[in-house]
Design a protein around this ligand. Structure first.
Ligand SMILES: NC(=O)C1=CN([C@@H]2O[C@H](COP(=O)(O)OP(=O)(O)OC[C@H]3O[C@@H](n4cnc5c(N)ncnc54)[C@H](O)[C@@H]3O)[C@@H](O)[C@H]2O)[C@H](O)CC1
Ligand SMILES: [K+]
Length: 505
């Protein structure tokens, strides 16, 4: 699914109105109805206590007014505080006009602040995607007051003060710190960046029947990767295996991994690759790992002991459809020699992770040798070593897109919403996974899964990478359902890859 900019969400409204022969007021009613049903589910009247709705002068405020009317009808105790402005949108004025007269409304006078008791449930309908500049004056004072009040805040569409698709021009300007943000149709880019989490809180998207055609054709570099069951128009799915498919279809992969004390990384990556459906797997580990691989993963072939010391001589790479290098490899000179040889000599699709990534970071001239559609899987620290350190998630996204375009590679930037950057500069945010996956070996499992899907001759490079990231996160969600997030270990991910992949078909 595409992620739209603030401007595109306005065009989406217009497209929906035209396509469905409806009106902006009717769209607002849909938004308010979705908000009311969300509140009924999460904060029913007996739990909510009094609901204070803060309304701004535009359609975000209009949503708040319409919501107040609906909540009042659903037996909530509601109170309104309206921010004065020199102009109000038409839909705002309509909803203000039809407000039941018995709802207490305080039209805040210039400079006045609403009275907010700690624990009050506040609906933030001050500003949404129409925000064009940092909040100042009374709007800023109201937001600062709200943030100090201890109230639980449900933000309508956006936490007021945060831009939907760009960094804050003034980091000192106040932004609502919402407990929940309830948006419409699809998430904003801002929801997917960790630095905004303190303002967005837990985000939710309600379907209000916005034009799926407009969303699908919108020209945007930002996209979501979702489980097929989670979206009406899945854009990724794992093709079913036909009866006549055979081992070669699913490829023969080579995994170069492991070193003394870090053979476990090779075991996890090998397990994930096998569970990921690879046809054949050959693992090249140093001598110390040979017996361990043979016993823990008998399905894998292990380079014969003499050859297994691949640090000196890279095995012939012709028989393989994909090669993975990095998990637990170590960064000694010999490993670098193998990586360099691999980059210079083979055109086989590569998945480069962990220690091999760090070697690229230290010897950036090697980046010029990357074959097209090489998959790199850095976490934020490894990506900084490949590009530059930054604390700004927006700047990091720019770096990510530029890097993928410059090196024509697929970069999997691991994080809360793992972002896959493609050589054309498009970025795909993953929507599966949980914090329990921040556990040792989780990255090795992803590498094995990427290797399996890159070896699958039916999958184009970008689809293979998006599916692997989606399945990895989903395996984590399935595993956490059993073990809890704290109890989750990387081996559990491997065990749940099969069931996870089944739900991608
Ligand atoms: N498709 C959808 O997502 C729908 C969204 N809806 C709601 O509409 C708002 C967007 O409404 P809009 O009138 O464009 O703007 P806002 O209400 O966000 O802002 C009001 C107004 O405020 C002015 N303004 C901008 N920045 C500032 C500032 N820093 N200080 C003071 N005033 C400012 C500017 O003139 C804005 O126009 C969207 O968020 C949804 O809540 C529809 O209701 C349903 C479909
Ligand atoms: K808002």
């Amino acid at each position: 699914m595409n992620i739209l900019t603030a401007a595109q969400t306005r065009q989406l409204d217009q497209a929906t109105i035209k396509e469905q022969h409806t009106t902006s007021t009717a769209l607002m009613e849909r938004a308010a109805t979705a908000l009311a049903s969300w509140l009924l589910r999460h904060y029913p009247p007996q739990v909510a206590g009094e609901v204070l709705l803060l309304c701004g002068p535009g359609n975000n405020g209009g949503d708040g007014l319409a919501l107040a009317r609906l909540l009042f009808g659903a037996d909530y105790a509601v109170r309104l505080a309206l921010l004065p402005a020199d102009k109000y949108s038409d839909d705002y004025q309509y909803n203000h006009h039809v407000l039941p007269k018995t709802i207490p409304v305080s039209e805040l006078s210039a400079g006045a602040l609403p009275s907010i008791q700690p624990g009050t449930l506040v609906v933030d309908a001050l500003f949404g995607t129409g925000l064009t500049r940092p909040l100042t004056g009374q709007a800023a004072a109201v937001v600062a007051h709200l943030n100090e009040s201890g109230a639980r805040v449900v933000a309508v569409d956006m936490p007021s003060g945060l831009l939907a698709d760009a960094p804050q021009p003034d980091p000192a300007a106040p932004v609502v710190r919402a407990t929940h943000t309830v948006s419409f149709g699809l998430p904003k880019l801002a929801f997917l960046l960790p630095q905004n989490a303190e303002f967005v809180g837990e985000w939710h998207v309600e379907d209000i029947g916005l034009s799926a055609n407009f969303i699908a054709q919108a020209d945007t570099p930002w996209h979501l990767t979702q489980l097929p069951a989670a979206t009406p128009r899945p854009d990724v799915a794992l093709p079913r295996r036909t009866k006549f498919a055979y081992k070669n279809t699913f490829g023969h992969a080579l995994l170069l991994a492991g070193s003394r004390g870090k053979v476990g990384a090779a075991v996890l990556a090998a397990g994930a690759c096998l569970r990921g459906g690879v046809g054949l797997l050959t693992v090249a580990v140093p001598g110390c790992g040979y017996d361990i691989i043979q016993t823990t993963r008998p399905e894998a072939m292990c380079l014969a002991d003499a050859q297994a010391d691949f640090i000196s001589a890279l095995p012939a790479t012709k028989p393989y459809q994909a090669i993975g290098i990095g998990p637990g490899l170590g960064q000694d000179v010999a490993s670098r020699a193998v990586l360099e040889k691999l980059l210079r000599e083979t055109q086989v699709p590569l998945v480069i992770d962990a220690d091999a990534l760090n070697m690229l970071g230290e010897h950036r001239d090697l980046l010029d040798l990357l074959p097209e559609n090489t998959v790199l899987t850095p976490h934020i620290g490894e990506f900084a070593r490949l590009t530059e350190k930054t604390k700004d998630d927006y700047h990091r996204l720019d770096l990510l897109r530029a890097f993928a375009q410059q090196h024509r590679c697929l970069v999997v930037l691991k994080g809360a919403y793992t972002a896959v950057a493609a050589p054309d500069g498009h970025v795909y945010f993953n929507t599966t996974g949980n914090p329990g996956m921040g556990t040792g070996g989780s990255g090795d499992v992803l590498t094995g899964l990427l290797l399996a899907l890159r070896a699958d001759q039916r999958l184009a490079p970008l689809l293979a990478v998006r599916l692997a990231v989606l399945a990895h996160g989903h395996a984590g969600d399935l595993a956490a359902a059993d073990t809890g997030e704290a109890g989750l270990v990387a081996g559990d991910l491997v065990q749940h890859i099969g069931p996870a992949l089944r739900q991608l078909e």
